[in-house]
Design a protein around this ligand. Structure first.
Ligand SMILES: Cc1cc2nc3c(=O)[nH]c(=O)nc-3n(C[C@H](O)[C@H](O)[C@H](O)COP(=O)(O)OP(=O)(O)OC[C@H]3O[C@@H](n4cnc5c(N)ncnc54)[C@H](O)[C@@H]3O)c2cc1C
Length: 424
């Protein structure tokens, strides 16, 4: 590790997601030593997780080794470790196994995790989608359900196995629901002898009045129309009140189904408690206009773990562009401090719009000056995601698989490895 007593500032970044990676890259030319810590050895492109979960892509297509991303940046040392505590008074962090590490400046970029809002029993009966491990379990459950149905003789059991309940109608839930129907209707349609995969039901529950909250009403209405045409059964304006092994209760009615996928909420990873910070929504760390924690100009918090309200009073959303732009901004602030130069102006988010896939070859795009739907939006979605993916190798692999999926309905990642996780 770089010498802590050396004159150069030691910057410790916790979390190598969108925000942490961008912060480390932004310090490329700064005369500082950066230690980038993550409990995983890979950067994960979460917006495409649902494609891994539905067998459209392989895990390696959307993940990149952090170490190789910084192979050429000599001032970055990558550590595979888990941070468990921070002592702001002595400016040290505690790693797994009680090892400590000193910092001059700490950047917390630990992101968020799936949250069942205190219903721990619901978490036992439904699968979240936040990591590659989650996507793997979800894919095994999905493919395992078709396999179990194929070998069952009980029509009621088959119906239950082939019912997929998605809770949460934001972009993750919409994309997952559409992709499961797509898989059942097109990819699997000739592969089974005793069941008709096309009959698989996908139920999508959203507590708000429309899908895709945050998108303009016209685009949300388009998304609903497209998903309904694909065969997704929509339940908007209905709160899920209970989840158990046999299904969900929503709006007072019981909806049976063995496969429940939870896309309804996230909470910040628990970094706020490490530093005793004031918290905002879902345990996020309240930060000031320069992304520092109030009263602690040596600790920054960025991305999903932070709660940033801009000068107009808008709370920034938990999306990748916010994390990336905050990471780049924090790097500029730190580089200025290292040079002894004046700090840059307050952070300002440049919102370039939102995109979501809504079923086969169709998307919605809400851009600052134009709203697009259908195939054109889908082409735009595909191009944007290819550009944003880390690494040329992943871009080429994903492009080839998307073209093959589009032309031949093929999904190359339909492997079930290890024990089947099909529901009983
Ligand atoms: C299924 C899904 C779909 C999404 N789709 C979109 C989309 O279409 N568009 C969009 O803009 N956003 C999307 N998002 C949100 C987007 O991925 C997040 O906003 C973004 O990842 C936040 O970046 P971050 O750097 O704050 O955190 P992350 O990217 O989550 O990175 C946090 C990192 O911190 C590490 N970490 C956490 N705790 C510790 C610890 N104690 N010690 C060491 N390391 C730790 C984690 O391993 C992780 O690598 C989606 C998210 C999900 C889950």
């Amino acid at each position: 590790l770089p010498d802590a007593s050396a004159k150069r500032l030691r910057i410790v970044i916790v979390g190598a997601g969108f925000g942490g990676i961008q912060a480390a890259k932004g310090l490329h030319h700064a005369a500082v030593d950066v230690i980038l810590i993550d409990r995983n050895n890979h950067f994960l492109f979460q917006p495409l997780l649902y494609q891994v979960a539905t067998a459209a892509l392989a895990p390696t297509d959307i993940a990149s080794p952090i170490r190789s991303m910084f192979a050429k940046q000599r001032n970055v040392t990558v550590l595979l470790d888990e941070v468990e505590a921070v002592d702001p008074a002595s400016r040290t962090i505690q790693l797994h196994g009680a090892r400590t590490l000193a910092y001059d400046i700490l950047v917390l970029a630990t992101g968020a995790r799936a949250s069942w809002f205190g219903h721990t029993d619901w978490a036992e009966h439904s699968l979240g989608l936040k990591s590659l491990a989650d996507a793997d379990v979800l894919r095994q459950r999905l493919l395992g359900a078709f396999e179990a149905a194929e070998s069952s003789c009980d029509p009621a059991a088959i119906a239950s196995l082939l019912t997929f309940i998605v809770v949460g109608g934001g972009s993750s839930g919409v994309e997952l629901a559409g992709s499961i129907r797509d898989l059942a209707r097109y990819t699997l349609k000739r592969d089974f002898r005793n069941i008709d995969p096309e009959k698989a039901r996908v139920l999508l529950f959203e507590g708000g009045p429309n899908l895709l909250a945050g998108f303009p009403d016209r685009l949300a209405a388009y998304a609903e129309k497209r998903l309904a045409a694909l065969g997704v059964e929509l339940h908007t304006g209905v709160q899920v009140e209970h989840v158990d092994a046999d299904g969900v209760v929503a709006g007072g009615a019981h909806f049976p189904g063995k496969n429940i996928f939870w896309c309804a909420g996230v909470a910040a990873n628990p970094a706020a408690s490490w530093i005793g910070a004031e918290t905002g929504k879902h345990g996020t760390i309240l930060v000031g206009q320069d992304c520092t924690v109030p009263g602690r100009d040596d600790i920054f918090a960025i991305g999903d773990v932070a709660s940033f309200t801009d000068v107009e009073g808008h709370l920034l959303p938990g999306v990748a562009p916010v994390a990336k732009q905050q990471g780049a901004y924090v790097a500029r602030v730190i580089a200025a401090r290292a040079r002894g130069a004046a700090a840059p102006q307050a952070f300002k988010y440049n919102d370039q719009g939102s995109l979501a896939i809504v079923g086969r070859s169709s998307a919605v795009a809400s851009l600052p000056h134009v709203k697009l739907t259908g195939f054109v939006a889908w082409v735009m979605w595909s191009c944007v995601h290819l550009v944003l993916l880390a690494g040329l190798r992943n871009r080429i692999l994903v492009y080839v698989q998307w073209v093959s999926a589009w032309l031949f309905n093929a999904r190359g990642a339909r492997l079930m490895i290890g024990n089947s996780t099909s529901p009983k």
